[in-house]
Design a protein around this ligand. Structure first.
Ligand SMILES: Nc1ncnc2c1ncn2[C@@H]1O[C@H](COP(=O)(O)OP(=O)(O)O)[C@@H](O)[C@H]1O
Ligand SMILES: [Mg+2]
Length: 290
């Protein structure tokens, strides 16, 4: 059993005016090990924020189960869920205004969640906040308020806030959406190094495909489903020279990356040749329709 498991998560929203059901998640299966850094990449509307809100205990699924460590998050009552959100999850959002309180210094911002959780003494709060700000390279900015920080610095302060209560898991929703390329890369590097040094589990949901190159594991989400592993593919390598690992869900469904389908000329059918325990997938020649 993995550290975090999402089992067949379904989330339907009811559209206010039309009363039509909008399926935001259609059966998410996800297993994340402790200390993983994973990216879930998908276009706008694919269900990323919905998934983060469910894992983070901000919202509840229509059906399905979320299990973190020993606890079934989806069975918690609202009081337990509040505790869970406060102590066990760290959140990082796209907009600094959502991560930081504007008129508090960086130091006070990082201390605030610790204060609210009631689990730390004042001196622990302060010491820990200073350490975390140092970890994100802001040791010389601790007395600055968010308006005095650059976009990248504000996001790094946000990471320190997310880590403040020593959560089991950090959930980042489009954390680099507002940043330029260089700053984005720097933030990605901080995720990587914190993941390594703290052994903390990070899930980043984003439409930014550059994350695929940076995490060992990147998944794709499309129309409320995890549709495969996303791996950076070097377009100069010929298909024959590549070995691909493709995600197969618990029901045996697999999804071939578009690049592979195109290069191999696969439309709707594929032939599987079994030989000596190996299965080889062969495109069906002249395959044009269902
Ligand atoms: N509160 C809501 N009410 C109705 N539909 C919603 C609500 N929130 C999200 N949706 C719909 O659910 C789908 C997934 O949304 P979201 O999780 O925000 O995707 P993403 O974060 O990948 O852009 C979209 O079709 C969106 O319009
Ligand atoms: Mg979103």
């Amino acid at each position: 059993m993995a550290f975090l498991e999402c089992q067949d998560l379904i989330k339907l929203y009811i559209e206010e005016q039309s009363k039509i059901q909008v399926p935001a998640l259609r059966g998410i299966e996800l297993a994340v090990n402790e200390g993983d850094l994973i990216a879930i990449i998908g276009p706008s509307g694919s269900g990323k924020s919905t998934l983060v809100n469910l894992i983070g205990g901000i919202d509840r699924p229509s059906s399905g189960e979320i299990i973190l460590g020993e606890d079934i998050v989806t069975k918690m009552n609202s009081r337990q869920l509040t505790q869970y959100r406060r102590k066990r999850v760290g959140f990082l959002y796209q907009l600094p205004e959502r991560n930081l309180i504007w008129n508090l210094t960086a130091l006070k911002n990082v201390m605030l969640p610790m204060k609210l959780s009631g689990s730390w003494t004042y001196s622990e709060q302060k010491q820990r906040a200073m350490q975390l700000l140092e970890d994100v390279g802001l040791d010389r900015r601790i007395h600055h308020k968010p308006p005095q920080l650059s976009g990248g610095e504000a996001q790094r302060a946000g990471i320190a806030v997310a880590l403040a209560n020593d959560p089991d898991i950090v959930l980042a929703d489009e954390p680099t959406g507002e940043l330029d390329s260089v700053t984005t890369m720097k933030i990605i590097d901080y995720f990587k190094s914190l993941n390594k040094s703290l052994g903390k589990t990070f899930i980043v949901v984003t439409h930014d495909y550059r994350f695929a190159n940076m995490t060992k594991k990147a998944m794709r989400i499309l129309d409320g489903r995890i549709v495969g592993l996303h791996r950076a593919i070097d377009p100069t390598t010929s298909l024959a020279a590549r070995e691909e690992v493709i995600y197969v869900d618990d029901h045996g469904n697999l999804r071939l990356p578009d690049e592979i389908r195109q290069q191999a000329g696969i439309k709707n059918h594929i032939q599987i040749e079994m030989r000596e325990g190996f299965a080889t997938l062969i495109p069906v020649r002249g395959d044009t329709s269902d």
